[in-house]
Ligand binder design. Structure first.
Ligand code: PMP
Length: 393
């Protein structure tokens, strides 16, 4: 399937005409025929297309630069911690609050452990935020183009979703944004943004705090910034209690397969979030691994530094081949070519077992499309460039 961010324009169009997913009847037979339907879904679920994550081929042999994973393995201390935890208390439930993990994460942000809430990936923290702050019919917002999952999560919650269309140079249309934000309960902002990789200026972010809502700074890629920060904005006077930072161990800590992320917020906000989360949302092995990972930040920093170096090389190589590349503070780059042949390149690369992400954002005027390329190892980037030259750039 060609991947257009969340659904791609194809799915989005489909969604308004036919159910995007096959219908399941009680005999277990999948059918696209509505007359075969035996059960009624929530209308909002019927209408939505559903989020389509990037492809995850399970066999070897791919150069996989499509879902922003870290090409380097996690710290050996993580593997040891998982082994120890596996020999321990798997017959018991985990600590529902993951308190040991909270203690370690809190140290990184220089806050009390009550400021931390772990989740099954940072995606789960986003879900918890919607459940905490948004009733059906209430409004949320996110910048467009960015992480389209926000929109799906909003739809699941029955929220009205406001897209704030970014300018051509990926900056905020501040006046327009302030207007759109007036009734918003939540504004989600990936920082650095995806797919563009740019980091938004702090003053813009503070200027975007919704009057009657919360700004969620999704820092999934925060550790790849040239000058990473440890939640200073969150502690600024103007943001107190109105901002939540989300972090993940999937990217910089090389643990996408584990599913662990966390939120950092004022303890009152965390207390409300704890009310709506699943009782045991993080398992014993993930929590043990997470503690070990966050205690070995040197390992993470060394990998992030390598990725920043390779990022520079990748950008230069793409520019020399005629691409426009947005200066990136993340572990991926957004590349567009004046000839507009992004889909052809994506498919031709895939035929050579090199996977990047082809994305289309149809709600932009003009429609935006391009390739989002994860920064892999130097060898992977070489193989990508070789394949790209083969395709003709
Ligand atoms: N936020 C952004 C902007 C992302 O790109 C991703 C990864 N798809 C996530 C959050 C979720 O990361 P995870 O659930 O693996 O922590």
């Amino acid at each position: 399937m060609v991947d257009g961010g969340r659904n791609g324009p194809e799915n989005r169009v489909l969604a308004s005409h036919t159910p995007a997913t096959p219908l399941l009847n009680y005999s277990g037979i999948m059918s696209h025929d509505p007359s075969a339907r035996r059960v009624q879904f929530r209308p909002s679920v019927d209408r939505m297309a559903g989020y389509v994550p990037g492809e995850q081929p399970q066999e070897d042999g791919w150069v996989k630069l499509n879902t922003n994973e870290n090409p380097y393995p996690p710290s050996p201390r993580v593997i040891e911690a998982i082994g120890r935890a596996a020999e321990g208390r798997l017959n018991f439930y985990p600590d529902p609050l993951g308190r040991e993990f909270c203690r370690v994460a809190a140290r990184l942000f220089d806050v009390d452990p009550e400021w931390i809430i772990p989740g099954n990936g940072s995606d789960e923290i986003l879900t918890i935020l919607l459940r905490t702050f948004v009733d059906p019919g209430q409004r949320i917002a996110y910048p467009y183009p960015s992480y389209v999952l926000y929109e799906t999560l909003g739809e699941i919650q029955g929220a009205e979703v406001e897209r704030i269309v970014l300018r051509d140079d990926w900056s905020w249309p501040m006046e327009e944004a302030r207007r759109q934000l007036q009734e918003c309960r939540l504004l989600f902002v990936p920082n650095p943004n995806s797919p563009s990789g740019n980091r938004f200026p702090d003053e813009d972010l503070l200027g975007l705090l919704p009057d009657r809502g919360v700004l969620v700074l999704d820092e999934a890629y925060g550790d790849f910034c040239d000058e990473p920060h440890g939640g200073q904005l969150l502690k600024s006077d103007s943001a107190a209690g109105r901002m939540v930072v989300t972090r993940t161990l999937s990217k910089s800590y090389s643990l996408a397969g584990l599913r662990l992320g966390f939120g950092v917020a004022h303890p009152d906000v965390v207390a409300a979030m704890r009310k709506v989360k699943d009782s045991y949302n993080c398992d014993t092995l993930s929590l043990a691994a997470g503690v070990a990972a966050l205690e070995d930040t040197d390992w993470m920093q060394a990998n992030a530094a390598r990725i920043r170096q390779t990022r520079q090389r990748l950008v230069e190589a793409l520019v020399s081949r005629g691409f426009d590349v947005v200066p990136s503070q993340a572990n991926f780059v957004w590349a567009t070519h004046p000839d507009g042949e992004h889909r052809r390149r994506f498919e031709a690369l895939k035929a050579q077992r090199v996977l990047v992400r082809y994305m289309v954002f149809p709600e932009c005027d003009p429609v935006r499309e391009g390739l989002r390329i994860t920064v892999g190892t130097d060898e992977q980037v070489d193989r990508f460039l070789e394949a790209l030259d083969h395709v003709g750039s």
